[in-house]
Design a binder for this molecule. Structure first.
Ligand SMILES: Cc1ncc(COP(=O)(O)O)c(C=O)c1O
Length: 402
């Protein structure tokens, strides 16, 4: 089965649609916080499958849950109650205080669900004119049409023709712009609790207060896209808990499936009350194997010791990174919260150069919009591994900063 890398990359070019820039690396195994390539190199993985592998590679609990479910069945369809789905739903509602769960397969689908449920909510209440959804400039909500229309990055909408209407984007943390767009005819405010792809931008206190006030005054729904920031990544099970928002709908994906494709929408009762069979659906959503993995993830991530580790490792990494800000002039600032951490770089130092230098040091990191270096370590990363990451980053910057 072992294939040479050159052969694999060539086959990838011939077979796979050219939608991604692929790195010339052949990972053959993951274990905990590390990835191994076919040359025997060991990399510290601060990409974690872009915030998917929250419990690292080959987590024993996830593995056991998957194998156990495979011994029952892979799939039965949403025509029948599905025990792993119910068990995961119960656990999620218990941990989050929400009232109902809908399962799908990805982040964009979770957002499509949230958007449809918000629109249907007003429609069933006889207020179908309330369609306007306000989101934020540079936000990222996914690649399907409504999620794309919600996404505040015009460049990724280009060339795809007309988009679903009534989406408006206001600048991040601009309370006056948001206030101007929201009134008694609006449907929802949709946001990430931390704009990750958009440049690792945190929410201001004033914005949180404004959203809470607009929700109260106009009955506008609040949709939290927690696809990247949810499931423990900010040090609380759901990211918005840190900020004191009170969403009516929450979209989850990425980390919740332990590496299997799984998304979810959490709903408040008043929204769920307006939904009926046939309003929405999916063949694979809530797949039993993915949900079995998801239950193991939620059980492990909701453990206070794990969430404490996120907070402690965040402090450790951010304090170490602050020293790099002092040492290397092109590093402008440390951004983020929990284990979504960014380094804003001067435009003279392209983030791609740092990513390449880090890889030479056997450290995997990624970028975010605005020349930001992004790190998404596994939530159970150890203190020693964080020290190792800081040393490798220091060595990488030493190479690229002239
Ligand atoms: C905040 C946010 N929402 C939605 C998505 C889309 O998720 P998916 O790629 O699973 O469709 C992403 C993916 O990066 C994301 O970060």
């Amino acid at each position: 089965m072992a294939q040479s890398f050159a052969n694999l990359l060539e086959q990838d070019k011939q077979v796979i649609a050219p939608l991604y820039g692929k790195a010339d690396i052949n990972f053959v195994k993951g274990e905990g916080s590390y990835l191994f390539d076919d040359q025997g190199n060991k990399y510290l993985d601060l990409v974690a499958g872009i915030a998917v592998n929250g419990l690292g590679h080959q987590n024993a609990g996830i593995k056991a849950a998957i194998v156990d479910q495979l011994n029952h069945f892979n799939h039965i369809s949403n025509l029948y109650p599905n025990y792993p789905q119910i068990a995961l739903g119960k656990k999620l509602l218990e941990v989050t205080g929400f009232d109902k769960a809908f399962f799908c397969n990805s982040g964009t689908e979770a957002n499509e669900g949230s958007i449809k449920f918000a629109r249907k909510y007003f429609n069933r209440k006889g207020e179908g004119h309330r369609q306007k959804i306000v989101t934020f400039v540079n936000s990222f909500h996914g690649r399907t049409f409504a999620a794309l229309s919600a996404t505040g990055q015009p460049s990724i909408r280009e060339g795809f023709g007309s988009m679903p209407g009534d989406f408006v984007h206001v600048p991040w943390n601009d309370v006056d712009a948001l206030k101007k767009e929201i009134d008694g005819n609006s449907c929802a405010i949709m946001l990430e609790s931390l704009a990750a792809e958009g440049g690792v931008m945190t929410l201001s206190k004033e914005m949180v207060e404004t959203i809470n006030a607009l929700q109260k005054e106009f009955g506008v729904l609040v949709i939290l896209d927690e696809v990247q920031a949810g499931v423990g990544r900010l040090g609380t099970f759901l990211g918005f808990e840190k900020y004191g928002l009170n969403p009516d709908l929450v979209s989850l994906a990425k980390g919740i499936g332990g590496g299997l494709p799984l998304g979810a929408v959490l709903l408040k009762q008043k929204v769920a009350d307006q939904l009926k069979p046939g309003d929405h659906g999916t063949t694979f959503g809530g797949n039993p194997v993915a949900c079995a993995a998801g239950l193991s993830v939620v059980e492990q991530v909701s453990n206070p010791a794990l969430l404490k580790n996120v907070e402690e490792r965040s402090i450790q990494l951010r304090s170490g990174l602050s020293k790099l800000v002092e040492k290397y002039a092109p590093i402008l600032s440390v951004r983020g919260e929990g284990l979504i951490i960014g380094l804003a770089l001067d435009e003279k130092l392209p983030v791609g150069n740092v990513i390449a230098a880090a890889r030479d040091e056997k450290l995997m990191v990624l970028s975010a919009k605005g020349n930001v270096l992004r790190m998404l370590p596994p939530l159970n990363i150890s203190a020693a591994e964080c020290e190792e990451a800081l040393e490798k980053l220091d060595a990488a910057f030493a190479k690229v900063v002239k």
